[in-house]
Design a protein around this ligand. Structure first.
Ligand SMILES: NC(=O)c1ccc[n+]([C@@H]2O[C@H](COP(=O)([O-])OP(=O)(O)OC[C@H]3O[C@@H](n4cnc5c(N)ncnc54)[C@H](O)[C@@H]3O)[C@@H](O)[C@H]2O)c1
Length: 440
């Protein structure tokens, strides 16, 4: 028996994860999506995105008729719960473009059940739920409206969605309670009720601002470590042993890399920066973090170039690029930092061969017009540099000895994410390869 009927408006990355998991938990889920590529993938029991476990869940739940996807907004008439997961891209003013939210709410409003619970999970600027969404649903009797930020990370989306505590804030107390009850009953996870939707909206932006700034801190420490010729990961590991704060916390510096990409961290800090402009207060951090993180691909390409100089002219050298997705174990290439690295290496005149086992043609087209192979060994063969730009599991499985056999003598191993251990770096050196990481 179905646990209840849920509509998911916007069956993109986030919507498909939420929809597939809720269907698997026993709900009947109706995805509403206006992208034909996504609708037809799901209807054919395929995942529109490469995400661990997602395809299995979609296949199983479409087959058992618990998961349906179409472009028909009227299906909300069957649903007591509606979750909105449409996109909120950055607009020209570097603020959130909430037009997809507005269109989505207008499209469902005429069909909503009395007393329906509508939850916004798209990331939005504070007051969007109260001032944009609620007025559009004024005519729906008894409607409950809450903001529940989505805080999962791609690559571990299913597991994180099922375990990360959920924050809920409604436009009134009964909306907050209804949203909290839904998540407790559906996933059995910890729920944190906050005072209102505006607080919940600001929670999401605060999380992502913290992450972006923290990675920017790691990036600048890496630049200093490169000058001092010491290992930034050793600094960070030891620095993080310091207890700080009154509730058992520690210093927790994250790790540097070729850069920060993806759909969220590249835009959400700008939403916060924009609040400064809107309210006439001087905010410095959001912009600073963005500038630092955006500098890392250029910095990484420069590291590769300066280490390859001793091997010859760029036009005579081959670089094997391993991984173009914006992070490990996902195929998502939106705003990936690997694109500016690739563009810059091509500008220097290097010959590139690229491999990413996770990306679809749709994703690859966002990054490069060069072919993207799925064959790791063929890509590494005869390379003067093997650049690990995403740390996919498949790359971890390539033994160091095999890299040395395939790559040219004296080849450079560039570590943009794989984070070779000190022991592995020694082995690479013994095998006749040189090593350079970001800050290592
Ligand atoms: N991707 C992440 O890791 C992540 C994590 C947390 C929060 N978020 C937030 O969640 C939201 C969605 O992110 P995403 O990565 O899933 O984006 P996405 O672009 O993959 O998904 C949004 C989907 O909504 C569809 N859509 C837009 N308007 C519609 C409408 N009126 N009716 C039906 N479908 C419509 C689009 O076609 C698209 O497929 C964003 O606000 C994002 O900031 C994303």
């Amino acid at each position: 028996m179905s646990k209840g009927q849920v509509a998911i408006v916007g069956f993109g990355y986030i919507g498909s994860v939420i929809g597939a998991v809720l269907a698997d938990e026993g709900y009947t889920v109706y995805g509403i999506e206006n992208n034909e590529r996504i609708i037809s993938a799901v209807q054919n029991r395929k995942s529109p995105f490469r995400e661990p476990e997602l395809e299995e869940l979609i296949e199983k739940n479409v087959a058992s008729e618990r998961l349906f996807v179409s472009n028909d907004s009227s299906v909300v008439k069957y649903c007591e719960t509606v979750i909105v997961t449409v996109g909120t891209p950055l607009n020209e003013a570097y603020n959130a473009d909430t037009s997809q939210i507005e269109a989505a709410i207008k499209s469902i409003a005429p069909y909503l059940q009395e007393d329906a619970l509508v939850m916004i999970k798209s990331t939005v600027p504070p007051n969007t739920t109260k001032e944009l969404v609620a007025p559009l649903l004024r005519e729906v009797k008894g409607v409950k409206i809450a903001f529940c930020p989505e805080r999962l990370a791609e690559g571990k989306a299913i597991q994180e969605f099922k375990t990360i505590p959920i924050v809920v804030g409604g436009v009134d107390e009964s909306s907050t309670s209804a949203a909290a009850d839904f998540w407790r009953n559906s996933l059995g996870i910890a729920v944190m009720e906050v005072t209102d939707a505006t607080t919940a909206e600001m929670v999401k932006l605060s999380d992502n601002l913290w992450i972006d700034l923290n990675i920017a801190l790691a990036g600048e420490l890496a630049k200093i470590a490169d000058q001092l010729q010491i290992d930034v990961l050793e600094i960070i590991g030891a620095a993080n042993s310091l207890p700080k704060g009154s509730r058992g916390q520690h210093v927790n510096i994250l790790t540097p890399s070729v850069g920060v990409g993806g759909y969220c961290l590249t835009k959400d800090p700008w939403f916060v920066q924009h609040l400064g402009t809107e309210y006439g207060i001087e905010l410095n951090l959001p912009k600073a973090g963005r500038i630092v993180n955006d500098s890392m691909p250029h910095y990484s390409a420069g590291l590769i170039d300066s280490h390859l100089k001793s091997l010859g002219e760029p036009s005579n050298l081959k670089i094997a690029i391993l991984g173009i997705a914006f992070k490990n174990n996902t195929g998502d290439c939106r705003f990936t930092p690997t694109k500016p690295v690739i563009d810059e290496l091509l500008r220097y005149g290097y010959n590139l061969e690229i491999c990413d086992p996770w990306t679809s043609e749709h994703d690859e087209a966002m990054v490069t017009s060069l072919p993207v192979s799925k064959d790791i060994e063929k890509t590494v063969l005869g390379a003067d540099c093997v650049a690990f730009l995403a740390g996919h599991d498949e790359f971890q499985e390539l033994p160091l000895e095999r890299i040395a056999e395939l790559a040219n003598d004296n080849a450079l191993i560039f570590d943009g994410r794989r984070f070779f251990t000190k022991e592995e770096i020694k082995i690479l050196n013994r095998l006749g390869l040189s090593y350079k990481g970001v800050g290592r």
